[in-house]
Design a protein around this ligand. Structure first.
Ligand code: FES
Length: 104
């Protein structure tokens, strides 16, 4: 069953911005990439570091600790030293509020 939770007003998450929310499912990073919204687990599978403060390269987030890359769109692990994917969550805008579904 879906469990949509509020992240932010859509106006507060403009293209190029990101936000981390703490949820029952752990910290989740929400990105606005050129108007498209994506949400991924904010935990690197290499050594548990947070990802959201990392540099973005297109649709890839680069772990600030040791440089592993993950696809922001789907959580796929793309480069070592991480080898496991992270979870990606559905995102929607409902009545001007960005929401994520943490019960995917
Ligand atoms: S904790 Fe992310 S690459 Fe090491």
């Amino acid at each position: 069953m879906s469990e949509w939770i509020d992240v932010a007003a859509a106006d507060d998450l403009p293209p190029g911005s990101r936000k981390v929310v703490s949820t029952e499912a752990g910290d989740i990073a929400v990105f606005n990439l050129d108007g498209e919204l994506y949400a991924i687990e904010d935990v690197c599978t290499h050594d548990g570091g947070e990802l959201a403060s990392g540099e973005l390269d297109g649709d890839q987030i680069i772990c600030p600790r040791h440089g592993a890359r993950f696809c922001v769109r789907n959580g796929k692990c793309l480069t070592p030293p991480a080898y496991e994917d992270i979870e990606a969550f559905p995102v929607r805008i409902e009545n001007g509020i960005v929401q994520i579904d943490i019960d995917d």
